[in-house]
Design a protein around this ligand. Structure first.
Ligand code: AMP
Ligand code: GLY
Length: 421
């Protein structure tokens, strides 16, 4: 079996490492992969958004199965294009990836099918949005409709901040066409939980829950990032909350997508907030989360490739998916300055006695050494029988990875450990 994984970050590295456990796989290609992924797959210099070349590569290299991991190619229709050439895929088609690709779509879907989420209004002009904001409750949340590298959400704590958010998104077009429409929604409060799920459009199997740490600095201060670390399971996701999510969110979402003629197959990510009035959807993603995947997949006991094949062939119902009864912690090590200005090109070294999972995200191999090449450089994941031990181990192992200007948060898992007390 020849497999192709589209993408090139820490999430893709975690997917590839897990796929390698399957003995029927002969070869894994990563498009484009990265300098660290190169140790586990053959990297091919084709960008994740270059759909034509991805399809050509798959045809020319006898790819039997493709895993499309990032949001961009999914929203652009990479799965439709590959399936059009008879290549089996894990990932939603374009018509279903819109659940992440358009916030206006996902909010309207939730309203139509009574799926709990923040109250909202949609605006197509800055003028109308600004008028509405004159009397809207503050704080308020302003979201660009389309993809914006995870940066299209602005929480405005004052009316002035809200006005300026509308201006930057709709008039200055900082997110381009993604800001042609915006959603303005109710500010919700409560702990956040990420739940990734496998679904073939009929059955939905939630994976172990996780908690992301989105802000750059300790204590959830600083700018929003792509994610500075994760833990799993998330202590706020109790059995009771899980049941409520299944009944009011997960199953209704799968059914709603079917009813709209947009059957979702792949990994559907539920970004949830556990409010006093129950769990509500903050966002849907049409893919595995990053860095959630780096704590969820190490806990997966069932063969990942078998699950992906079952999703593709719509036979998920026949599979029992198991997770280890353990905890995991991933500490992301970034280049100092991320998510703003940072320097790259520094050699990455790892001590010989390093004993954890190392997932490389932003690094390049220059023929001699692995060097930093991005904001988030790598993630160190440790698993253990308790969360306390997993956190301690991850922080012990992270000290064995070195590069100049390395920065990581010191409090990944702290909130979760407090919640357990
Ligand atoms: P998103 O890109 O949709 O995940 O939003 C980024 C972050 O903004 C989320 O993880 C939340 O912390 C926050 N957020 C989004 N929507 C809301 C909301 N309605 N109320 C409060 N916080 C929100
Ligand atoms: N970690 C959040 C995301 O993948 O969107």
């Amino acid at each position: 079996m020849n497999i192709m994984v589209v993408g090139g970050g820490g999430r893709e590295h975690a997917i590839i490492k897990k796929l390698k456990e399957n003995k029927s796989i002969d070869k894994i290609y990563a498009l484009p992969g990265n300098g660290g992924i190169a140790a586990d797959a053959e990297c091919v210099d084709i960008g994740a958004k270059d759909i034509d070349r991805i399809v050509d590569f798959a045809e020319q290299n006898g790819i039997d199965f493709a895993v499309v991991a990032p949001d961009d190619p999914l929203v652009l229709g990479a799965v439709d294009a590959l399936e059009g050439k008879g290549i089996k895929c894990f990932g939603p088609r374009k018509s279903a990836a819109i659940i992440e690709g358009s916030k206006v779509f996902s909010k309207n879907l939730m309203k139509k099918y009574n799926i709990p989420t923040a109250e909202y209004e949609v605006f197509e002009t800055a003028e109308k949005a600004l008028e509405y904001l004159k009397t809207a409750p503050i704080p308020t949340v302003i979201k660009a409709d389309g993809l914006a590298l995870g940066k299209g959400v602005i929480i405005a704590n004052t009316r002035e901040e809200a006005f300026s958010a509308v201006e930057t998104i709709m008039e200055d077009k900082v997110f381009g066409a993604s800001g042609n429409s915006i959603v303005i929604e109710e500010f919700l409060e409560g702990p956040e939980v990420s739940v990734l799920s496998f679904t073939d459009g009929k059955t939905v199997v939630p994976m172990v829950s996780s908690m992301d740490h989105k802000r750059a600095k300790d204590g959830d201060e600083g700018l929003n990032t792509g994610g500075m670390g994760t833990v799993a399971p998330n202590p706020y996701y109790t059995d009771e909350v899980a049941k409520k999510c299944m009944d009011t969110i997960f199953l209704p979402t799968i059914k709603a997508m079917n009813a709209e003629g947009r059957t979702f197959k792949g990994c559907l990510y539920f970004g949830l907030m556990i409010t006093e009035r129950g769990p509500k959807v903050i966002e849907y993603n049409c893919r595995f989360g990053d860095p959630e995947t780096q704590v969820v997949l190490p806990l997966l006991e069932t063969d990942l490739f078998e699950i992906m094949q079952a999703v593709e062939s719509e036979t998920l119902e026949n599979l029992t998916i198991k997770f280890k009864d353990e905890s995991a912690c991933c500490v992301v090590v970034a280049s100092e300055g991320y998510p703003q200005k940072y320097e790259t090109g520094y050699e990455i070294t790892v001590d010989k006695d390093f004993d954890a999972e190392l997932y490389i995200a932003g690094a390049k191999y220059d023929g001699k050494a692995l060097k930093t090449a991005g904001g988030r450089v790598l993630g160190v994941t440790a698993t253990a029988e308790t969360l306390q031990k997993a956190v301690e181990k991850a922080y012990g192992e992270v000290k064995k990875v070195h590069f100049k200007n390395a920065y990581y948060r010191k409090d990944i898992g702290k909130k979760a450990l407090q919640a357990l007390k």
